[in-house]
Design a binder for this molecule. Sequence first.
Ligand code: UD1
Ligand code: CA
Length: 442
Amino acid sequence: MRKGVILAAGVGKRMKSETPKVLHKIFGFPILFYIIKTLKDSNLDKIYAVISDKIELFKNELNDDSINFLIQKVPLGTGDAVKCSLSEIEDDDEVLILPGDTPLIKKETIIKMFDKFEKVKPDVLLLTSILENPSPYGRIVRKDGKIYEIKEDKDLEDDEKLIKEINTSVYIFSGKILKKYLSKIDNKNAQKEYYLTDIIKFINLDDGKIESDFVDFEEVIGINTRKDLSNVFKIMNKRKIDELMDNGVTILDPDLTYISPFVTSKKDTEIFPGVYIEGEVHFGENCKVGPFVKISALDEVVIVEDNVKIGPFASIRDGTKLMKGSKAKTFVEIKKSTVGENSAVPHLSYIGDATIGKNVNIGAGTITCNFDGKKKNPTIIEDDVFIGSDSILVAKEGGLFIKKGSYTGAGSVITEDVPPYTLALGRARQINKEGRLKNDNG
Ligand code: UD1
Ligand code: CA
């Protein structure tokens, strides 16, 4: 079986945080989430994460029953961390080991590693990279071109400090080799840690087979500080923006546009500065988004069909569907609602838990009161309805229905269903008290 063991029990001191390092978020999801996603996309059979504690917090944040958590109470080193997984490993397993803080690693890299591992059948396949300034990484020490050992920065001799090939901490081991050598590792080194990397030496002593693959360093950048977190966020963002632009999407200012990896778009959609999109959002063709729009789809996907206009200054939330030619414009918030074809929510509205049909106009300032203090209730607005400005649509149990072709008068509070083709007025009639005020001008 192909198994993945993610090492995430380190202390992560440099984040200066109460939150475990790998639960810090990028585009709304924990760092660890991205690695797990990549491993799943690489078709691993089982995924383990070695963590130090707070297992309930991890379960809540990741919300994924397929992840098996293993506990390493005290971080005695990477070798000790992998030991925590040994009871789960069979001799004929192929075990991918990688750190939990490198969310930029690509599935293509992992799939390529497994392909090579299966073809060449080494004892271990290492992923290495070349760095001009290789400190503080562990170095790949070669003899006659062949990998001899991995030495940690703090244990290097002066001449070895010049080695530019580094250990990325991503490996595939055969299960048998891990079981055979892990128990032999000791902690007689500068950091008094059990180094996983010591296995390489043992394999060599037994004339084993060590293979390696190169990777672009960007993929294995680890997050250790808040600055690293920001740097990785920017790289992840740039990757997505480049991909979208290559596919015919206009993004005028990539430095002021933030798009999560789980966004897709068809061609000729234009995204203006100040747009922030997190979660899974799918755009059709010819949409216009922004400037200054937030779309958040961390829990439920957001669908934006062709020719939709969003913003400026709009907030579109989980589970919203904007159908062909619809609009959600200035100072509008829409949550878990469908806006039908050619319908418009142009100004200053909150639309929540609503289903809006075709060719509907929602007047400025309209609010769906979807929450009765205990639970959320739906609002159903059928085709060709015109909601007057500043309407308050109070959703009741079972839903508030505004039937086809109806109107609501401006400023109405609508608490009862409105039958088809009906003008509904729910407001006090105006009274003019003539002469009540003195006209000072005579
Ligand atoms: C490790 C490698 C080093 C490599 C570098 C790449 C070893 C001995 N060294 O060094 O060769 O260049 O990664 O980034 O493996 N962890 C645990 N439990 C522990 C210790 C660490 O789960 O007891 C986890 C950490 O959370 C982290 C990963 O293992 O995700 C790597 O640990 P870290 O201490 O950062 O290793 P480095 O010293 O950077
Ligand atoms: Ca360390």
